[in-house]
Design a protein around this ligand. Sequence first.
Ligand SMILES: [Zn+2]
Length: 267
Amino acid sequence: MLLTKDNYYSVEANREYLSVSQFKGFLPSYGGCEARSMAELAGEYTRPDKTAFDEGHYLHSWNEGTLAEFKAKNPDLYSSRGPTAGQLKSNFKHCDKMIATLESDELVMKVLAGQKEVIRTAELFGAQWKIMMDSYQPGIAFADLKAIKDMDDKFWNGQIYENFIDHYGYNLQMGIYAEVERRADGRDNWLLPHMVIVTKQDPPDKAIYYFAFAEIQAGLNIVENNIGRVLDVKSGRAAPVRCEKCDYCRATKKIKTIKHVSELSLY
Ligand SMILES: [Zn+2]
C-alpha cells in the first residue's frame, strides 16, 4: 500500500503499518488499551471527542500552509448561532493566538522550515512503520509541532513524576522518527529531532527542544521492550486485554462479579 496524506490515517494504513500513536495505543502506560486498539483496527470503533484532534489539525494545517483550505472545508469550526454566528468558535480563535505566537518567533520559524508533512516508511523491530514528519530539512533536521496544556505539568506514573515529554511518549516518537527516517534515507547517522511546543495558555508559552543520540536510543529501547506483545496482539497470536477503564471498555463493559466494597482502589 502506497501511503499518501489522504490515506495515512486510514484503518487500512493502520493495519498494514505501525505508527507511533498506534503503538502507544496498545500500551496501558500511555493510556492505551489493547482491546480498544483491536476494535479500532477492525473498524468497529472510533474514539469520541474529535475537538482536540481538530485543534491539532488546525495548527498542523497552518504549519503545512493549507489553513485557508482547511477552514473552508470545515464549516463546523465556525459558530452557527447567537451573536457570534459566522465567527470562529472560541477554541479555534485561541488556536489563531497560538499560531501568532509561533509566527512571531524567528527561531521557531527557522526550525519549522523545510518540507511539510513528509511520509516515510521502514522496517524496524519486525514491523513496517509509518511516520509523518511535520517539518523536514533533509540531511539537516526534522521537527514536530505540539500543542500542550502547560509546559510545567507533571504526571504521576505510579512510581515517579514525569514531564510532558516522557508522559506523552514524545521521546519514543522522536526515537522512531529518527530511526525510520535514517533507514528510509539509507544513511548511518541520525538527524537530530526537534520539537516545537506551544501551550494552550493565554497568552501561549512556547519552547523548542532537541533530542540528542542518547534520547533517540532511549526512545528506541522503550519500543524494543514492548514491541513483542504489541505485534502478538495485532497479528491475532495473543488475545487483547481489556483495560476496563477507557472509553471503549466503558461502552462495552459487562459486569461479571459483584465486588466487596473494600476492593475499591484508591489509585
Ligand atoms: Zn480499554
